[in-house]
Design a protein around this ligand. Structure first.
Ligand SMILES: [Zn+2]
Length: 292
């Protein structure tokens, strides 16, 4: 178990900013309610205070809609929902639904899946979507790097594409998911250069880290920490159930991070970027949104 974030005797504080309730394998429970119960059990086991659940770019029997997830978890203070944007859908319909959810304060952010869907994040057609994110002060999470689907097209998921969007839309906060894996150097530069860009370290492995790959990934995230040199920029996310939460916490504990970087990574940055309410977290939500 992770103990590194204990403050002055308080409980360990960890926010997992990147989880899913999709059914990725036939072995996974068939119902959304069962998968939600599994996530809550994982959070309990590993001391995760809050988790963000990201809905998908598609709605299928395996991929629940944002509304279905909200209906199930909507009153759970430990779960926040980030709406996957479905660019395959009629754009006006999609924007209308997202606007409604944002106006009602029901979602903590938006998630784009370039690569899984064939578009660039700097596409002019996304202007209205970014205006919505800016207006409601919610971050836009962006899948970057390797895809969990061989038919996806990774050129759209290169982290450098986010630089274009970040410059074009300075009022929008972007979160690069997966630190651009395997384009870590490109991702760290985009995070370092742009005040409105952050990154999560989720989904670097399938299941638990295997020893050799963990060494590789530790090296890459350590490089990012050193290069970015700013404790406010990286966020802890696991990508559960694709990655194992316990293994991910062990991975995080092994990082060569300063106490400030570790605290920022494990909860403080997610709390600030996603404007999460955290009971008993000193200074967690003092609204110092540097990119607003
Ligand atoms: Zn994910």
């Amino acid at each position: 178990m992770l103990r590194a974030t204990r403050g002055s005797g308080g409980p360990a504080l960890v926010i997992d900013c990147h989880t899913h309730l999709n059914r990725y394998t036939p072995e996974a429970p068939a119902t959304l309610a069962e998968r939600y119960a599994l996530l809550r059990a994982e959070m309990e086991t590993h001391g995760i205070r809050q988790a963000l659940v990201l809905s998908s770019y598609a709605v299928t029997p395996e991929r629940p809609s944002t509304r279905d997830i909200l209906e199930l978890v909507g009153n759970d203070a430990r779960i926040g929902v980030v709406a996957g944007v479905r660019l395959g859908r009629d754009r006006a319909e999609e924007l209308a639904e997202l606007r409604e959810l944002l106006e009602a304060g029901r979602i903590k952010g938006l998630k784009l899946y370039p690569g899984y869907e064939p578009f660039y994040v700097h596409d002019a057609g996304l202007r209205e979507l970014y205006a919505l994110a800016g207006r409601f002060h919610v971050p836009v999470m962006i899948h970057t790097g390797d895809t969990y689907a061989p038919k996806a097209r990774v050129k759209y998921a290169h982290p450098l594409t986010v630089d274009e969007a970040a410059v074009e839309f300075p009022d929008v906060t972007f979160v690069l998911c997966h630190l651009g894996n395997p384009w870590f150097a490109d991702a760290m530069e985009v995070v370092y250069k742009n005040a409105n860009v952050y990154a999560d370290i989720s989904g670097l492995t399938l299941g638990a880290f295997e020893e050799r790959f963990e060494r590789f990934a530790l090296g890459k995230v350590n490089e990012a920490l050193a290069y970015i040199n700013n404790p406010d920029k990286l966020l802890f996310g696991s990508d559960w159930p694709i990655s194992d939460i316990g293994s991910y916490l062990d991975f995080t504990r092994r990082l060569d991070a300063t106490p400030e970087e570790r605290e920022g990574l494990l909860w403080r940055n997610a709390a600030r970027v996603f404007r999460l309410e955290l009971e008993g977290a000193p200074g967690a939500t003092h609204g110092d949104d540097r990119t607003a």
